[in-house]
Design a protein around this ligand. Structure first.
Ligand code: SF4
Ligand code: SF4
Length: 321
């Protein structure tokens, strides 16, 4: 795989600083039952990296003291980590919102038969990737038969109450383009998803988030191999909007890797660009206990244009309506 950071590090992306911390996003490991083409984590079934019990304990201690609102758990397929449920239960007991970045097909893996019920009991917010409402496009990006399995999982989530406004059990979907193009406007696409998934499969959900593909890891490497990195970067930069800078996720989120090291966001984590604090190369979550990160400079590089292009996208989707 081609390294992308050397091609992104020299940047004219504007300097930005942290606001008050609201979300801890924890990557509990790179193991996944899927191996998607666009995956910015390079996750797959053979990855061995996995958050250990001691690091999960540190996460729980940090959220107890940091007074933040949200624990956002990602991977790989985060549910495959043996401490996933302990993290969920611990954060919910503190009254925090918990987000599970769920790939849907995980619900059909051995040992996950009760996952949907667990997520409902804990009132976890499910955020699930579904890059299209058409089978061919989903299978092309995420693998053969992924679409059918995703539809079965969505039906199960709906049957348990997720995605219905009256239950308060949130089910949000994530769209990203199939290739090096910008996502269409979030509002219009959300309406199309609701119409098509509703009429074809009887599926309901709360929100659709549109995200641009990040020119890093597997997707970035493919861009380099096919000579498309430069035009894609030009596209992202030409669509940059300064007003999106205020709400990119790194302003209010800290990203933690499976070993407990800390980054400004998940993308920086994948690029190996750690949070900069008092000149140290890498900071561990344990070093941040009781520290205020507000005002710290954020590590930026050219991939950041993926967050501010067009309507803007971050882990939470379009930034401006
Ligand atoms: S499901 Fe998510 S984590 Fe797994 S390979 Fe696909 S994009 Fe990566
Ligand atoms: S990639 Fe996006 S979220 Fe990460 S540091 Fe850059 S602007 Fe912030």
């Amino acid at each position: 795989m081609h390294a992308t950071l050397p091609l992104l590090a020299a940047t004219d992306f504007p300097a930005i600083r942290r606001k008050a911390l609201a979300t801890l996003q924890v990557n509990v490991g790179y193991r996944c039952n899927q191996q998607c083409v666009h995956c910015h984590v390079n996750a797959g079934p053979n990855r061995k990296e996995e958050m250990a019990a001691e690091t999960a304990d540190q996460v729980l201690r940090f959220i107890e003291t940091a007074r933040i609102q949200t624990l956002d758990i990602t991977g790989g397929a985060p549910e495959l980590n043996p401490h996933f449920r302990r993290l969920v239960i611990g954060a919910r007991a503190l009254g925090m919102q918990v987000i599970d970045r769920c790939n849907l097909t995980i619900t059909e893996q051995p040992g996950q038969e009760d996952l949907v019920d667990f997520l409902a009991t804990q009132r976890v917010t499910v955020v699930a990737s579904l890059p299209c409402y058409l089978q061919e496009n989903v299978d092309r990006q995420r693998g053969k038969h992924v679409f059918e399995a995703s539809i079965r999982a969505l039906r199960k989530l709906n049957a348990t109450g997720f995605g219905h406004a009256e239950t308060g059990l949130e089910l949000n979907l994530v769209y990203n383009p199939l290739g090096p193009s910008l996502p269409p406007a979030q509002e219009g696409l959300e309406a199309a998803y609701k119409r098509e998934l509703g009429s074809r499969y009887g599926i309901v959900f709360n929100r659709l988030y549109t995200l641009a593909n990040m020119p890093i890891q597997r997707f970035g490497s493919t861009l380099i191999s096919t000579g498309q990195l430069e035009p894609y970067m030009k596209l992202l930069k030409s669509a940059h909007r300064d007003e999106n800078l205020d709400s990119v996720m790194c302003r209010t989120l800290l990203s933690v890797d499976w070993q407990g090291y800390v980054y400004d966001c998940d993308f920086n984590q994948m690029l190996g660009l750690p949070l900069r604090l008092n000149g140290f190369k890498r900071r561990h979550l344990a070093d941040l206990m009781g520290l205020d990160v507000e005002g710290l400079a954020i590590e930026v590089a050219d991939h950041c244009y993926g967050c501010t292009a067009g309507q803007g996208s971050s882990c939470g989707g379009a930034l401006s309506a």
